[in-house]
Write a protein that binds this ligand. Sequence first.
Ligand code: NAD
Length: 290
Amino acid sequence: MSTPTTLTIPTVTLNNGIEMPTLGFGVYAVSPEETERVVTDALAAGYRHLDTASAYENEAAVGRAIAASGIPRDELFVTTKLWISDAGEEPARRAFGRSLERLGLDRLDLYLIHQPYGDYYGSWRAMEKLYAEGATRAIGVSNFHPDRLVDLDDQNEITPAVDQVETHPFFQRTVDHQVMAERGVQHESWGPLGQGRSDLFTDPVLTGIAASHEKTVAQVVLRWLLQRDIVVIPKSARPERMRENLDVFDFALTDEEMARITTLDTGASTAFDHRDPAGVAFLGNVRFDT
Ligand code: NAD
């Protein structure tokens, strides 16, 4: 294994005072067999923020890579998520314990409600207690549209530290971002690269801006998100792309370039519509052996 680099990634301070690296590494749809190698390579490339979920079924492999890396625990920021079939106060507490055990950790940095379905108010109560006990340094949500985020925030003790939602040039989430900013919730993008969509990588606005900075489209998109104060967690199984996706702190987009990218927004998901009844029914029936 190559020696981990000492690259310093900027952090953002969450609403409870803890620091979160603004650029992390996601492992969605990385098979359990491949995950240990991929995460080992990502840590060697310099990533210190990892994003997994019980639903990805690769937490144990993430944990093995963390343990083998020898990187001090306090230099890592680890997020995992609670799946719908574990929603509710007691099930959520049990699921948290199983995730922690699989990851081989004694505390988490960020625990998210993966989807706004099922008894997620019960889940939130369990998570507030886990947070108060110090079992996780922050708690938050994912895939919450502004209405659900506002209601959860108003009806509970703790404001979510983060809302992780699909965000990329074709789905920019401007209103969501505004609501999060007003309430002190950190916006985190999933699918920052449009999940590898070819029309993103060939878009003329993005390729034009990339050429003028001698950067790639992936780097321009990640930079655009970071300049909007959005945390990013791109995924790649390839070490050269892992390094490419980290190399975004030596250039800046102009206001005019930021504005040109704004014009690409379609206002719609390119992955999954969280308000589509058929989609909600589908997800609610997906069960994992967590
Ligand atoms: P992504 O936008 O990060 O795209 C990943 C794909 O983009 C790769 O598989 C590869 O095909 C391509 N790619 C990556 N780097 C590239 C580069 N430099 N040049 C060209 N192509 C490149 O998609 P994602 O993995 O779905 O999202 C990132 C992370 O967000 C996930 O791994 C996961 O941790 C998280 N996520 C969360 C949710 C949720 O519901 N909360 C949903 C999806 C993803």
